[in-house]
Design a protein around this ligand. Structure first.
Ligand code: C2E
Ligand code: MG
Ligand code: MG
Ligand code: MG
Length: 278
């Protein structure tokens, strides 16, 4: 908004607003640049299957090495990418890259890819997945799409249609960060998810706090009754692991087993002597 100062000179911006807006605008420009100059890469965090005693899946996690600011965490740049719509193009890159890399892994190991609501609402979303699978040479049943209940916030109809399309292709669907939203239970009735990911906030105190343990127990039982698997997120110590195993959780993910690793370290980890009992 133009503003006139005492000497009749026009100043076009409120200085305070300008600083925040400029920083944001810069991040947006940098994100666009990052996509076209290849500054993104994927890391992969193993998800350990407790029943089969082996790694069953790796979750693809986006990493951004900014040329001057260094590593910027997803929690900082994903929201900007979502607000600006850039997440659609970035997410397409992620899907292609994840399918391409996972095609080199043993056939029993899946890849899980996080998908934002905006990508989901894009009418071409199923086509993007088909393309990524075809070009990467990955069979659909080795891809797991992770969504949060926020995809349902604008109503269920379009979303359910896409979910059913993906399901018909053989792609698996996981409900991420379960328990942190407003009405998580109602979404379990809307769609037969393959997996529920129990949010880290419940896992953190599962071995100490009876309330956390009771909630995790209830989620695992509920999932079993609905024929869905469970993954506990953010498992950081042995006590948590033992408690989750006792409760019948299907798989665990967290720093206790492994932090996210580079794509070219995945095959060695699969071949390695790792065990959840280690
Ligand atoms: P998320 O999908 O829930 O992914 C799990 C996050 O928890 C990852 O953070 C992972 O590094 C972290 N984590 C795993 N185990 C532990 C643990 O034991 N302790 C702790 N403290 N943290 C653990 P990251 O990589 O920073 O990603 C944060 C979020 O950013 C993700 O949460 C996801 O919502 C989003 N994100 C990451 N990559 C993508 C992507 O390619 N597309 C979209 N749309 N979102 C992404
Ligand atoms: Mg996730
Ligand atoms: Mg999660
Ligand atoms: Mg989470």
């Amino acid at each position: 908004r133009a503003k006139q100062d005492g000497r009749g000179v026009f100043r076009f911006f409120e200085p305070a607003l300008d600083a925040a807006a400029r920083r944001r605008r810069q991040l947006e420009l940098d994100l666009r640049e990052a996509l076209f100059t290849g500054q993104f890469r994927l890391n992969y965090q193993p998800i350990f299957d407790l029943a089969r005693d082996r790694i069953g899946c790796f979750e693809a996690l986006l990493r951004w090495q900014h040329p001057s600011r260094g590593n910027i965490p997803p929690a900082e740049f994903i929201p900007v990418a979502e607000e600006t719509g850039l997440i659609v193009a970035i997410g397409e890159w992620v899907m292609h890259e994840a399918c391409r890399q996972a095609a080199a892994w043993p056939a029993h190991v899946r890849v899980a890819v996080n998908v934002s609501p905006l990508q989901f609402r894009n009418s071409g979303f199923s086509n993007i997945i088909v393309q990524a699978l075809t070009r990467g040479g990955l069979s659909a049943d080795r891809l797991e799409v992770e969504i949060t209940e926020s995809v349902f916030l604008d109503g269920e109809n379009g979303v359910l249609q896409v979910l059913h399309q993906l399901r018909a292709m053989g792609v698996r669907i996981a409900l991420d960060d379960f328990g942190t939203g407003y009405s998580s239970l109602s979404y379990l009735r809307s769609f037969p998810f393959d997996k529920i990911k129990i949010d880290k906030s419940f896992v953190d105190l599962v071995a100490q706090d009876p309330s956390s343990a009771a909630i995790v127990h209830a989620i695992v039982d509920l999932a079993r009754a609905l024929k869905m698997e469970t993954t506990a997120e953010g498992v950081e110590d042995r006590d948590q692991l033992n408690e989750l195993r006792d409760q019948g959780c299907s798989s665990i993910q967290g720093f206790w087993f492994s932090r996210p690793i580079e794509g070219d370290a995945v095959l060695a980890m699969i071949a390695g002597p790792m065990s959840a009992a280690a």
